[in-house]
Ligand binder design. Structure first.
Ligand code: AMP
Ligand code: MG
Length: 334
């Protein structure tokens, strides 16, 4: 009899643990898309492995430096049939280039290379060199038809400004399909805050202090969204002229953006859009960025300037907590 009762209790207990377990945490650090990433998933090791594999798959398709990627095949021969994901991201990117009036331009690669941001052998090009290369820049020359992408001779594509945002969108889809309800994936400046913390509270996503990248300038409390930041501190060099040149290029002039903005963070559930806009708003500068934000809507935004102003949209006024009190908080009224 004792044995039967014990077996019954054990069945009850195992039934209990099978029905309402708190999800375990599976974490992985990896290097992909030219940056260190940290995935923390409240799910199984298989969920974490699947997320990592998806990131590596996208990196292989979208990298401009991997000679076998879809993007490199287009850059090498001017035309290539590409994977459905590459095609979809290119289609959306061209749309976002249009919306931002070319402040985002995925054909800026020849200029990015000239400044040395790919080889890391930095130098300031002459005006004449930039003018010659600008002839090979213009997103409206990218032709997409039936899965094939074609660019004119001399043109080269770079999805560095949008790939991590797209990856966040794809990972979100993967987590939903795998019924993972809680995860925070930091793809190096692009954070997918999926669902909420297992205890039901909001995620806290730090926004890097551009003046001291070891610190957070502020913390955003959020759930079920994607937070993307572009900062001039991510990659830059100091020229022989003593000036600092960052990796975000104004596609109209060929020069790195230098307009007083230090970082742009865009928040919405659309990672591809956010990533495109962080880069584009950075290029636009404060005035044009302000007009763009007010006229379009559909996302929240934090713009930090070099003179320590923090422009914040109304939607996150209460959920973005400034930690560095040197910043003056200003509201972008949409
Ligand atoms: P992000 O860090 O998202 O702002 O992307 C910056 C990266 O995108 C750079 O490292 C370049 O490879 C590329 N890039 C720089 N400027 C632009 C631009 N105006 N439009 C599109 N891509 C750009
Ligand atoms: Mg971007």
């Amino acid at each position: 009899m004792k044995k039967i009762v014990l077996a019954f209790i054990l069945i009850l207990l195992s039934g209990f643990t099978a029905c309402s377990p708190l999800p375990g945490k599976a974490g992985v650090s990896l290097f992909a898309m030219d940056t260190y990433m940290q995935l923390d998933i409240y799910g199984s090791q298989a969920d974490s492995d699947a997320a990592e594999a998806e990131l590596q798959r996208l990196d292989k398709l979208l990298s401009s430096t991997n000679p076998e990627s879809d993007i490199s095949r287009i850059n090498q021969s001017g035309s290539a049939k590409v994977d459905a994901d590459t095609y979809e991201l290119l289609r959306r990117s061209v749309e976002l280039c249009k919306i931002t009036d070319g402040s985002l331009d995925i054909t800026v690669y020849p200029i990015v290379k000239k400044w040395g941001f790919i080889s890391r052998e930095y130098s300031v090009p002459s005006q004449a060199e930039l003018a010659a290369l600008l002839k090979n820049v213009g997103y409206n020359q990218v032709k997409l038809k039936d899965g094939t992408v074609t660019v004119p001779k001399g043109f080269e594509l770079d999805l560095g400004a949008v790939a991590k945002g797209y990856a966040a969108d794809m990972l979100k889809k993967l987590l939903v399909e795998r019924e993972v309800h809680s995860a925070v994936l930091n793809l190096g400046g692009t954070v997918l805050a999926h669902g909420e913390k297992p205890d039901g509270s909001k995620w806290k996503v730090g926004v890097t202090d551009p003046e001291n990248t070891e610190r957070y300038m502020g913390v955003l409390e959020c759930r079920d969204t994607i937070v993307v930041t572009s900062g001039d501190y991510e990659r830059f060099f100091i020229g022989d002229d003593g000036k600092t040149y960052c990796h975000i290029i104004d596609p109209k002039s060929g020069y790195p953006a230098a307009n007083g903005i230090a970082s742009v963070t865009v928040i919405s559930p659309d990672g591809t859009q956010n990533d495109a806009l962080t880069t584009a708003l950075f290029v636009m500068g404060l005035d044009r960025a302000g007009e763009f934000i007010k006229s379009r809507g559909g996302f929240d935004c934090i713009i930090l300037t070099k003179d320590k102003k923090a422009y914040i949209t109304k939607g996150i006024e209460d959920s973005f907590i400034i930690k560095n009190e040197e910043y003056e908080k200003l509201i972008i009224d949409g």
